[in-house]
Ligand binder design. Sequence first.
Ligand code: PEP
Length: 607
Amino acid sequence: MGMAYKLEAYAEALALPFAHSLLPMEMAATALGTVEFVLGLCLLLGVNRRLTVGLSLLATCVLTALTVWIYVAEPVQDCGCFGEAITLTNGQTLAKNVVLLVAALCLLYRPLAMRRVVSERFAWLASTYAWCYTIALAIYTLHYIPVLDFTPYRIGVNMRAAFDNPEQAEAERLPVNFYVADTQTGDDLTWEILADTSYTFLLTVPRTETADDGCCDRINSLYDFCQDRRYAFCMLTASDSAGCADWKDRTGAAYPIYMAEDTEIRAMVRSNPGLMLLKDGRLVWKWGNNELPDPYVHGNNVAQWFTPSGAAPLLRLVLWFLIPLLLVVIIDNVLVGTKYYRHHLFKLHLNKQKAMRKKIVAGNWKMNMNLQEGVALAKELNEALAADKPNCGVVICTPFIHLASVAGVIDSNVIGLGAENCADKVKGAYTGEVSAEMVKSTGADYVILGHSERRAYYHETAEILKEKVNLALANSLEVIFCIGEVLEEREAGKQNEVVKAQLEGSLFDLTAEQFAHVVLAYEPVWAIGTGKTATSDQAEEMHAFIRATIAEKFGKEAAENVTILYGGSCKPSNAKELFAKPDVDGGLIGGASLKVADFKGIIDAWK
Ligand code: PEP
């Protein structure tokens, strides 16, 4: 409420049209306080570090600009940053914000250097709790009155002593400016009120125009009660005589209305209206408009209308905030320490990386179908995928003679086209060969190299494949490079060794930039065309090994980005399980790519 008043003062200085409607100010004050508090907590706990730092810098920039204006134009005497708890001069406020701005800029330089106190997994819980706590506290405070009172009008203060000794009152932050005058005569009534040894009720209405008159019946019955008991009751306001007359009209007020200074009344009770109870010059209690006492309910003994709270409110507030938060931090740290949770986090990390990689389902038609059949198949696939967009990249690799015709019937935005091979020579007298440049000229963008059938039947060695890879890349083709062990090698437990040698022999002379245009396909030779599939765990184990090998050679980033396909009797029935593995990014499909229904079934495994 104090901040809402402060915003009202700013709005007034800027002559904003809504300067005198309190509700938007209350909402703005709540939003400002909440955002500041949550951002502060997120900074301390290292939650969403980049976002938090960005927003903190933004907030600091806006607030620093505001304080420059306050410093130069002096629309208010105190910025209101800390409410009544700490008052700063406009110069001090500016200096504070410049320091905060520098700190925010330092954080911007290296946000990720901030230590995470809660893991990424639980960060949302900590920040959600902070949001809920702050908003709930703000609503509670607006509905009642602040839980902590930093104003000079704190429950228990001896206002008479403050009046008697203003110098000491100033030093102890007691009410020094309490001054009440008669609305009509202007007579000073301060001492009369403070000298009263019995109960005195002061109804505080800073502005009658913005005051909530919904509680006027209760106020009037309270006044009747005071009349019966001979307790003093009066209203303090800063509104002019027209405002007072309007209040009387609206509420039927019969009690005396006196004048007091606007800021002082607002500080007395953070509610409009509010009620303050004095006895023997001491402030014994105060109420907001939503909790005004009712003699019919609370009885005739005024002393029983309030119960001083037990534990210090500050301690309660802090504990209500800290205990649940500490629980989150402790549970988080205990969980993070467990093997299970680490494994879980690791899996999440892998899945996140996988989500960033390109997924591909590529068909390898091999030596099947004549030109007409091939074009018809490509057309049919194109129609099926146009009607039902795939969730992954789709490539078909066809015999050379199909390429140009197929390129003419497929939508290259949906289906990529590739060859099954290319020559290891640039051009010239190599009867029967097709160069990488020729492949590219048909409209194809991919080429399969290193397929086990070519290694076995056409004796393509690592050296030959190296040449082919270089030529394909030089002609802007993406290479689908196949690797995989034969059955004897697996049975001898040599699969890793074999695959690593295949990678080293043909790809390890590439630069990281060139390697970015390579897709790997792990195809255990014993599973190709045999109906025998590697289990999803076997596939994952090998894919993870391949990725680790790539990381060693080309770095972590290249390894995280490279797409690794599985090939070998992949069908609609097993594709989903294989593709669910963190390191399997799709498939290279032989037999099943020759029928649209089967191939599409595999493509749909990504849905
Ligand atoms: C292939 O030859 O690349 C392949 C994976 O074949 P299939 O799917 O028929 O096992």
